[in-house]
Design a binder for this molecule. Sequence first.
Ligand SMILES: Nc1ncnc2c1ncn2[C@@H]1O[C@H](COP(=O)(O)OP(=O)(O)OP(=O)(O)O)[C@@H](O)[C@H]1O
Ligand SMILES: [Mg+2]
Length: 237
Amino acid sequence: MGIQRVRTFVHGLDEKMEGGIPKGSVNLICGTAGTMKSSLAYSILYHNALSAGIPGLYVTLEQDPRSLLIHMEKLNMAKEGAVDIVSFNDIKEKVKERRVENWIQKLSGFLKEMKDEKKYELLVIDSLNALYSLTTIKDVRAEIYFFFKSLSDLGFTSFLISEMPPEGGRYGEYGVEEFLSDGIIHLLFQRRGGILTSLERYIGIVKMRATNHDTHYFPLLYQNDRFTIYTKEDLEL
Ligand SMILES: Nc1ncnc2c1ncn2[C@@H]1O[C@H](COP(=O)(O)OP(=O)(O)OP(=O)(O)O)[C@@H](O)[C@H]1O
Ligand SMILES: [Mg+2]
């Protein structure tokens, strides 16, 4: 049976991974500060909504929704209501009656209700690190495993943003996320040039289960209203 796939709408990238990300998978979008993790995650939801009518939910636990939307407007993703955004305060308000102390469980419960309300297919959690800071995790591997599983069981294709320290290293804060997730999309800055050093952006698919994907790191640009990669063929032209 063929696997259904979700397009990233990053120009040139979907062809490098059999057409897109497996439906129902849990994916990390990792990178250091300012590598456009939020922009990439938002753009996947935005273009899926606009081009394919696929509804997406963006959970922002740190950055307030207004600041997020201002940034997306600057990137020409300004169509109102294309992506539903919920903040930490919205979730807190909705789950305040619940006796569950653990925020990971609270969020799972909230997402189930949201899924029942509107048949969201795509989900972003920005960020995993912010979610961890809200809760005490006792059994790291088990709790993260069950959390990831709950997202797939609910039928979401998920993009979990993971902040990496400048020195790189692990793709997730606890070091287990990279094994428990189905996919890892890595955003990277690299210094280029001599005296006037500049930073260039790159994107790499580190891991994508059930997918024959390219393992190159591609130069990444943002043009008009979307991300584009440059491939070897483009650069040779
Ligand atoms: N047209 C643009 N307008 C605004 N920012 C842009 C534009 N093009 C590129 N950027 C870059 O986008 C970056 C912020 O993107 P974004 O918020 O998605 O990054 P992030 O990885 O989520 O950051 P953080 O680590 O703070 O969460 C800015 O630092 C800026 O370098
Ligand atoms: Mg961000």
